[in-house]
Design a protein around this ligand. Structure first.
Ligand code: ZN
Length: 137
C-alpha cells in the first residue's frame, strides 16, 4: 500500500455554521458540500485545498463519536485520511503488520467513498482513516 495523497483532514467542531465562516472568510476557501452521514451521527462540510479536503465534523447527537471526542478533548483535528487504491487490500496488509483496526471491513463514508479507520493505539495516537473510491466487484 502506498497512499497517493492526503484525501482529507477531519476536524471536529461544535458549530458547523460558525466554523464554515472561519474557513470561508479568513482562509478564503469555499464550502462546496454539506452532507449528513447518519452512520456516524455527523454533519460534514467540505473545502478543497489542492487535492486535499478539509472535512469539518459536527455531531448530530451528543453520544456520537464526534460528540464524545469533543467532550473529552475539545474541538480540533480529529483524523487524517489517506487515499489508497484498494481499501480491502490495504486493510489486510496493515492488519497483517499488526495494526489494530477499528473497521475490519470498509464502510460508507461521505462523498461516496469507502472508508475504514485504524486504531490510534497502533498509529502513534493519530486516528487514521484509509479511503478509496468504491471497488467494483
Ligand atoms: Zn474522514
Amino acid at each position: 500500500m502506498i497512499p497517493s495523497h492526503i484525501e482529507h483532514i477531519g476536524i471536529a467542531v461544535k458549530d458547523l455554521a460558525s466554523s464554515i465562516k472561519y474557513y470561508e472568510n479568513i482562509l478564503g476557501l469555499k464550502c462546496y458540500a454539506v452532507e449528513e452521514v447518519k452512520d456516524q451521527k455527523v454533519r460534514t462540510a467540505f473545502f478543497m485545498v489542492g487535492q486535499t479536503k478539509i472535512e469539518l465534523l459536527e455531531s448530530t447527537e451528543a453520544d456520537g463519536p464526534i460528540g464524545k471526542f469533543i467532550e473529552k478533548r475539545g474541538e480540533g483535528v480529529h483524523h487524517i485520511a489517506f487515499a489508497v487504491e484498494k481499501l480491502h487490500e490495504a486493510l489486510n496488509e496493515v492488519e497483517a503488520k499488526g495494526v489494530q483496526l477499528i473497521d475490519k471491513t470498509p464502510r460508507n463514508g461521505a462523498e461516496g467513498l469507502q472508508i475504514a479507520f485504524l486504531h490510534p493505539k497502533s498509529t502513534g495516537g493519530v486516528l487514521t482513516e484509509l479511503c478509496s473510491k468504491p471497488e467494483r466487484d
